[in-house]
Ligand binder design. Structure first.
Ligand code: SF4
Ligand code: SF4
Length: 213
């Protein structure tokens, strides 16, 4: 973890870390938009200056653009401490164990057309899995909007570090030839489509789909 850049939010005290300065800048911008303490300061400032035009005034150091009410869930996700382990979010119909060990590591990038070339083969805690799979050596592509080709992933953790809303957590996958843990998108529904994880993945095995894609 050398050459880490950091950003400390002066309002809520959150610490953001990343080795890639451009990714850190994206994380900072997203945090600034979602920070509930900044928002509370903005609301308090607006109440104390009722007659001044917002467009003509010079914003104070702590003022940031207001956050839509619909973002409240994302704010909660961004400021709350992440749970230590994945929580069951739905049904599981596939197993990570089996007899499929005769597989080699697959090179990236992920096939961006997989939704038309592969079939959903089951779910793991509610997350869709696209085949073919033959656990533990072949695991397929996981996710509907936050999608990772588990057969390519080398588990360097860049996506987990980059995600500002803690969509991922590690899932142990013993016996897989590329890596024995994978970034499980257990909080896929919290994704704000910032693209940070897709952009930082070294073997390019992440593909983000906006809702409805
Ligand atoms: S695109 Fe979604 S999953 Fe990826 S880093 Fe951004 S919020 Fe997290
Ligand atoms: S950045 Fe890519 S290779 Fe690294 S853990 Fe995430 S999905 Fe796997």
């Amino acid at each position: 973890m050398s050459n880490l850049s950091e950003y400390v939010c002066m309002d809520c005290g959150s610490l953001l870390l990343h080795t890639n300065p451009s990714t850190l800048e994206s994380m900072k911008e997203i945090h600034d938009q979602l920070c509930i303490v900044k928002r509370q300061k903005l609301i308090a400032a607006a109440k104390s200056t009722p007659t001044v035009s917002q467009t003509a005034s010079v914003p104070s150091k702590s003022q940031t653009p207001s956050v839509p009410a619909s973002s409240s869930a994302l704010i909660a996700a961004n400021t709350a401490a992440p749970p230590a382990v994945a929580t069951a979010g739905g049904g599981t119909s596939i197993s990570l164990s089996g007899t499929g060990t005769n597989y080699s590591k697959v090179d990236g990038p992920i096939d961006a057309t997989f939704k038309s070339t592969r079939q959903p083969t089951g779910t793991f805690q509610g997350i869709k899995v696209w085949g073919p799979i033959d656990p533990p050596g072949q695991l397929g592509i996981w996710g509907t909007e936050v999608c990772v080709d588990f057969d390519i992933c080398v588990a360097d953790g860049a996506c987990i570090e980059a995600c500002p809303v803690n969509v991922y957590e590690w899932l142990e996958t013993p016996g897989h030839p590329a890596s024995e843990k994978k970034p499980f998108m257990i909080r896929e529904k919290d994704c704000i489509f910032c693209m940070a994880c897709e952009n930082v993945c070294p073997p390019q095995c992440v593909k983000i789909f906006q809702k409805g894609q």
